[in-house]
Write a protein that binds this ligand. Structure first.
Ligand code: G6P
Length: 366
């Protein structure tokens, strides 16, 4: 095939390990934050809009959910994130001053293209896409665009496309914050510095692989798994559960950890692995009490913490520590061990990693 596997066994594995390069390429040439990164007309559009409507499917939808947290807290702009196949048929209330943002690896997903056209037909002229294929229908259809440079993604389960989408969405957040007078030069410099550090940070996360391989043995013998996160890492929990479903066929669900007692706790027994995304952020103490609720029912906790989370291994509590605490960019790093966990669990179960049953890389028909 045109894309060589090199030393890797599967495209998914290759694409997971390409993420430091994919992020570096996606951010290449970004010297300063400015609206023009998204197109010549971006400044005028960014000045004109008062809210954002994100439309996407699958993994790209979870990138949109993550971006909502960034956009509202850093750029102070209200955001709605909608599943494209719902939005296109829903009787919604259009806001002509909304910026419609589509997110798509392929730029050819039928529902996302139809949702975009639907939004425009309702009188929303301002459109922007975050897309990995410069020649795609999505890029042609949108007024503004940021092209991610993940390179060709072959594995059906999206990995490097997702992390590069997040990088582009963070740039969008900063550009909108700047246009709205909410980004000082010092903040801009600090964010750019953190973004330039991402490839090295990703490299050290990839080095956690051996510990994740050890966990995958336990997961391979299970038919159910629960993923918990809060705040910025709730969408990452959703993406982690999707990855596991897609390639291992283990039934996985993700919940915002605060919702645990409103249903999923009833499922927790000693047969239930509970993956918890637990960086040391403002919500870590709340998350720890959610973890105790799981342990009290015998649930097995698999925790992705970081150096500062102060969570230690114990009976039924397995901990992998991320090398650094990454602040607001943490979702880009925390999704990587979840990709590796799914990949190695699939290997242990012997499923077809790159071509999971019933799924397609790009869904170009409804
Ligand atoms: C399919 C793929 C997913 C992808 C989704 C949206 O379901 O298997 O990996 O996230 O389509 O695709 P898009 O190209 O629009 O991002």
């Amino acid at each position: 095939s045109a894309v060589e596997l090199g030393p890797y066994q599967h495209y998914m594995q290759k694409e997971i390990f390409e993420q430091p390069r994919a992020i570096a390429d996606t951010l290449e040439g970004v010297v300063r934050i400015m609206p023009e990164l998204f197109g010549d007309k971006a400044y005028k559009v960014f000045k004109d809009v008062d809210s954002i409507l994100i439309l996407a499917c699958g993994t790209s939808y979870y990138a949109g959910l993550t971006a909502k947290y960034w956009l509202e807290s850093i750029a102070r702009i209200p955001v709605n994130v909608e599943i494209a196949s719902e939005y296109r048929y829903r009787d919604s209330v259009p806001n002509p001053k909304s910026l419609v943002v589509t997110i798509s690896q392929s730029g050819e997903t039928a529902d996302t293209l139809a949702a975009l056209k639907h939004a425009r037909s309702l009188g929303m002229p301002h459109t922007l896409t975050i897309c990995n294929v410069a020649t795609s229908a999505m890029v042609r259809e949108c007024e503004l665009a940021y092209i991610t440079r993940a390179g060709v993604e072959v594995g059906v389960a999206s990995t490097k496309a997702f992390t590069t989408q997040l990088a582009a969405l963070f740039l969008l957040t900063l550009a909108l914050a700047q246009t709205r007078g909410l980004l000082t030069d010092e903040e801009e410099e600090a964010h750019l510095k953190a973004m330039r550090h991402l490839p090295a940070a990703l490299q050290s996360v990839l080095a956690l692989e051996p510990s994740i391989v050890a966990w995958s043995e336990a997961f391979a013998r299970r038919e159910n798994a629960l993923f918990l996160g809060r705040g910025l890492h709730y969408p990452i929990a959703l993406e982690g559960a999707l990855k596991l479903k897609e390639i291992t066929y283990i039934h996985a669900e993700a919940y915002a950890a605060g919702e645990l007692k409103h249903g999923p706790l009833a499922l927790v027994t000693d047969q239930m692995p509970v993956v918890t995304i637990a960086p040391n952020d403002a919500l870590v103490e709340k998350l720890k009490s959610n973890m105790q609720e799981v342990r009290a029912r015998g649930g097995q906790l698999y925790v992705f913490a970081d150096g500062d989370s102060r969570i230690t291994s114990a009976e039924g509590v397995h901990v992998i520590r991320m090398p650094e605490h990454y602040g607001v960019l943490s979702p880009i790093l925390h999704v990587v061990p979840l990709q590796l966990l799914s990949y190695h669990t699939a290997l242990a179960r012997g499923t077809d990693v790159d071509k999971p049953r019933n799924l397609a890389k790009s869904v170009t028909v409804e």
